[in-house]
Structures are given as structure tokens and as C-alpha cells.
Design a protein around this ligand. Structure first.
Ligand SMILES: [Zn+2]
Length: 217
């Protein structure tokens, strides 16, 4: 073989070897989450409320608590919003709709189905909205799904419509919270300044002395 030809063959073998190594490595590593220029994703310090109007809700019964030492007396990993039937639920933060799924509640005497909407903000933070219609009717699953506005794979901006809550029985609500990795954490530090003023103002209509969250001391 001519010396030049031999050099070209060796270079081709080395380059194709490198390509194979890169392809294998990329297929093994998780794809890093990157929202691009859709929104600032380094830090969530501008989370908003999930309601369009205060008048869409009728009560405040509890927020986030890591111990039972709170006004509602139980550990609770999120915040409950008691909406009227068909009220709009809006995105508290922008992100990628990672999951929209139904799960059966283990206690079917209480509440047959929950629908889980998980919206990823960045590599660590996911904001979650659980639609809990409180129903015993199988067909209500389709009724709640038909009034959801987002699907897996969508991108949303803060304030976009996520869906409307189907209210079947009195305890129907949205269970809302912030998850870091796999752990539900105190959502209070993530609110924007004016957003926190808004939600505290709403809470104090019903519970004048309550805080939104009671982390462990
Ligand atoms: Zn809850």
C-alpha cells in the first residue's frame, strides 16, 4: 500500500473508533435537562400562585408541614387548593410537562382517582399538581382528563392553563408542591416576592394566623 493511502486508512479507523465510543457514551448517560432560552432556569425564585382568581376557591385548610406541630395537626408534603368545579388551574412556574398520569388511590372508599401532572423546572426541581376530584365513578376519570390543557411533552410558561379541576365531592382539591430530586420540600422559599404576598393574603382571608408552611424546626 502506498504510504499516503495507509495513513488515510489509519486515520479513518481512528476517527470511526472515536465516533463509536462517543455514541455508546451518549446512549449510557442521561440527557441533561435544558430548557434553552425558554425561561431562566438556574434558580426558581419567581414561583406564582396556581389560581387565576381568588374567587375560584372557597376555603384554606392546610399547607406544607414537616411535623404535626402546625394548625392542621398532620404532616403534609404540599399545599391544598379548594377550587370550585371547573375552575382554571394555572402553572406556578414554567417547565416541561414530564408526566400526566392517573393512579388509583389505595383508599377507594375515599377518593377513587388522582391525576398527577409533573412539570420539570430544571434538573433538580419539579413542580407537581395533583388533581383530586374525590369521586367513586369510573367515568369521571375521562371527565377530568378531558378538561386538562397540557399533555406529556408540552412546554409551559408561568401562568399558562394546566387544566380545570373536576369537583365531584366536597373534599376535591389540587394538591400542589415542589419536589427536589424525589423529595417534596417546603414550597415557600420558591415564591416570588409579590406572589408570596398574594398567596398569604388569600390564606389570611380564611385563616388569619396561619403560615403557608411549617418546616421542622
Ligand atoms: Zn394535600
Amino acid at each position: 500500500m502506498h504510504l499516503g493511502t495507509r495513513a488515510v486508512v489509519i486515520i479513518l479507523i481512528v476517527v470511526s473508533g472515536l465516533v463509536v465510543v462517543l455514541l455508546v457514551r451518549n446512549s449510557l448517560e442521561p440527557v441533561p435537562f435544558n430548557p434553552g432560552d425558554r425561561y431562566p432556569s438556574t434558580k426558581l425564585d419567581y414561583m406564582g400562585v396556581i389560581y387565576a382568581n381568588r374567587s375560584d376557591m372557597y376555603d384554606w385548610r392546610g399547607g406544607y408541614s414537616e411535623t404535626t406541630d402546625c394548625p392542621w395537626g398532620r404532616i403534609h408534603n404540599g399545599i391544598d387548593f379548594f377550587f370550585y368545579n371547573n375552575s382554571p388551574v394555572i402553572a406556578a412556574a414554567p417547565g416541561y410537562v414530564e408526566d400526566v398520569s392517573w393512579r388509583e388511590n389505595p383508599d377507594t372508599t375515599l377518593n377513587m382517582y388522582n391525576i398527577y401532572v409533573a412539570i420539570r423546572f430544571n434538573a433538580t426541581i419539579t413542580v407537581r399538581y395533583t388533581f383530586e376530584p374525590f369521586t367513586h365513578v369510573v367515568g369521571d376519570q375521562d371527565r377530568q382528563l378531558s378538561i386538562l390543557a397540557v399533555h406529556k411533552g408540552d412546554w409551559v410558561q408561568k401562568g399558562d392553563l394546566i387544566g380545570q379541576l373536576l369537583v365531584v365531592e366536597d373534599s376535591a382539591h389540587i394538591h400542589f408542591g415542589v419536589v427536589s430530586g424525589n423529595e417534596w420540600i417546603d414550597p415557600k422559599p420558591f415564591y416570588g416576592e409579590s406572589d408570596l404576598v398574594e398567596i398569604m393574603g388569600f390564606i389570611h382571608i380564611y385563616q388569619p394566623d396561619w403560615d403557608i408552611s411549617y418546616p421542622a424546626p
